[in-house]
Design a protein around this ligand. Structure first.
Ligand SMILES: Nc1ncnc2c1ncn2[C@@H]1O[C@H](COP(=O)(O)OP(=O)(O)OP(=O)(O)O)[C@@H](O)[C@H]1O
Ligand SMILES: [Mg+2]
Length: 275
């Protein structure tokens, strides 16, 4: 058993990085135009997860992506961040091929809040500032106030000094997302990508998250992957995905008028108690 374990460890060690960091173009400040052209991608050879995605986001716009689990929503984030490379098609940032840019420059310009936020065993403050000496405690508090999370933090023992423990275990998944939102806010990115937590959260935290998303998306080109439709009714455009394809696109009012539409059904099921 020991030998087999060792073999597995070596397998991991031998794995090459998923991406070839070939880009050389430096990137100072992005405007924030994003375009995907016929993007196809598979994690496992022969099992296509994105089947020809065409998507255009203009600088400053907020678009939302909704869809069934496994549709490929988070995968789009993985590609924009270059955690994986596409099989075919094109991704353009400000009109330039994504693959021309240096990976580290790219990641500096794009703030991502993942579905499962990783926090480390340290204070709230350090989890937000990430030891960046240019971010002061005052910046963190102001950011938290701006996105509406200051009160919740102040209710924790020690406030910003509260230690969230291993993997942020002392906080709920919704609260961990709020911390990650502040982290994204202080980074002042031109492109912001939010992947809403799937696990259930209490209605108070849900309201905080909704406010936070509204405020966060104001200053950047934003892509919000949402599981709760209340989060995204104000988005400029909503993209509906199913099995690796875009099946509907429009604003909230366009989409609720599609007879038998996916979004319309989703909307009715989430709000049936309030209709
Ligand atoms: N690292 C990976 N390796 C192999 N397959 C993966 C990997 N990540 C995701 N997949 C598969 O790719 C497909 C799309 O996954 P993705 O995470 O993009 O879905 P999603 O739309 O974000 O779903 P959810 O709403 O549950 O978050 C799924 O079939 C999933 O099982
Ligand atoms: Mg996902």
């Amino acid at each position: 058993m020991g030998i087999i374990s060792a073999e597995r460890v070596f397998e991991v060690l031998d794995t090459t990085e998923h991406v070839q960091p070939t880009g050389t173009k430096s990137l100072d400040r992005l405007k924030g135009d994003i375009e995907l052209k016929q993007v196809r991608f598979s994690y496992v050879h022969g099992e296509e997860v994105l089947k020809g995605i065409d998507l255009k986001v203009k600088a400053g716009e907020t678009i939302a992506i909704v869809g069934t689990t496994g549709a490929g929503k988070s995968t789009i984030i993985n590609l924009l961040n270059r955690f994986y490379d596409i099989d075919s098609g094109e991704i353009l940032l400000d009109g330039h091929d994504l693959y021309d840019f240096k990976v580290e420059d790219l990641r500096k310009n794009i703030a991502v809040v993942l579905q499962d936020v990783f926090l480390f065993a340290d204070s709230i403050y350090n989890n937000i500032a990430l030891y960046n000496p240019n971010i002061t405690k005052q910046d963190v508090i102001e950011a938290a106030k701006k996105i509406g999370a200051h009160e919740f933090i102040m209710q924790l023992p020690g406030g910003y000094d509260f230690n969230v423990k291993e993997r942020g275990g002392m906080l709920s998944s919704g609260q961990r997302q709020l911390i990650a939102f502040i982290r994204a806010y202080v980074a002042k990115p031109n492109i912001l990508i939010l992947d809403e937590a799937t696990s259930s959260i209490d209605s108070y935290t849900e309201e905080l998250i909704q406010t936070a998303i509204e405020r966060l998306t104001k200053n950047s080109t934003s892509i919000v992957i949402a599981h709760r439709l209340a989060t995204i009714q104000h988005a400029d455009r909503i993209i509906v995905m199913d099995k690796g394809k875009i099946i509907e696109e429009g604003n909230h009012y366009d989409l609720i008028t599609i007879p038998n539409g996916y979004y319309k059904k989703l909307y009715e099921s989430q709000f049936k108690n309030n209709l």
